[in-house]
Ligand binder design. Structure first.
Ligand SMILES: [Zn+2]
Length: 268
């Protein structure tokens, strides 16, 4: 019952329009009429979803180990790194569905502070979303980035608000791993739904040796290619001799350079 004179803004369910009466400080709500789960951001109400965790602790560790032994990271990182900590939580992201003509895209924006901005690239299909269950409350981090801020961030990225046809809060199961490597601590996040690994900074394969071999290859072939040109300038038969040098030199140099590249790849 509203007391006369008291002007509480009316808050309505996104799904059925039913009037919601949240307690003070209550942000996660279940609509008493239709059972929708919603999130309250100041006076805005948006749907509240979560992604089911399909990975347990061991699966998440396994996903991390596979990523560490993969091509992006330094060789044998899975063996050289020391695990320094692991935590699990449902991390909040703002979910926007953008419609341009018949094309629909989903844009995600972390709804809380994170050192892993790569989370924007999380694979998220609308079909994977489940109604947020209040039993997750103790593991769910509340959003600290207001919805308005996320919408402003979208407009800065040339996404007009008129094209946003759906907005929601999604809690995503995330395992956060801290690990040490050569005296530094790194963070990697494992998506508990897809097993995908996200990291902004990690011990990457060194690129310098590859750049060096590319340069060496370019110099050698440039020298060889100039042989027929120089040959043609000196006398009539010079072009044929120069072309011969190019062909033979190329045949000798190519396997050596390929072998060198393979050797570097095995070391780095
Ligand atoms: Zn409702």
């Amino acid at each position: 019952m509203d007391t006369p004179g008291q002007s509480t803004p009316s808050i309505n369910c996104t799904q059925c329009g039913g009037e919601l009466h949240p307690d003070e400080d209550q942000i996660f709500l279940t609509c008493p009429y239709c059972g929708s789960t919603v999130f309250l951001d100041k006076s805005q109400v948006v749907f509240h979803w979560s992604l089911a965790a399909t990975l347990n602790d061991n699966d998440a560790r396994g996903a991390l180990a596979r990523w560490m032994s993969g091509n992006q990271t330094v060789k044998d990182l899975d063996k050289k790194a020391t695990l320094a900590g692991k935590s699990f939580e449902y991390f909040p992201v703002w979910y926007f569905k953008r419609r341009q003509g018949t094309n629909e895209t989903i844009i995600l924006q972390p709804a809380a502070a994170t050192s892993v901005s790569e989370l924007q690239r999380l694979p998220l299909a609308a079909g994977d979303l489940e109604k947020y269950n209040p039993s997750l409350d103790s593991q769910a981090r509340p959003p600290s980035v207001p919805l308005e801020t996320a919408i402003q961030w979208l407009s800065q990225r040339q996404v007009p608000s008129g094209e946003i046809v759906e907005r929601a809060l999604v809690h995503i199961p995330l395992y956060t791993f801290k690990y040490g490597y050569q005296g530094k601590t790194y963070t990697a996040v494992v998506d508990g739904a897809s097993g995908q690994v996200f990291a902004n900074i990690f011990p990457a394969k060194a690129e310098a040796p590859y750049a060096l071999i590319a340069l060496l290859t370019a110099v050698i072939f440039l020298c060889l290619a100039s042989a027929p040109v120089i040959g043609a300038m000196t006398n009539g038969a010079g072009f044929a001799i120069g072309a011969g040098i190019l062909l033979i030199g190329g045949l000798i140099a190519a396997p050596i350079l390929i072998g060198l590249a393979a050797w570097i790849a095995s070391k780095v």
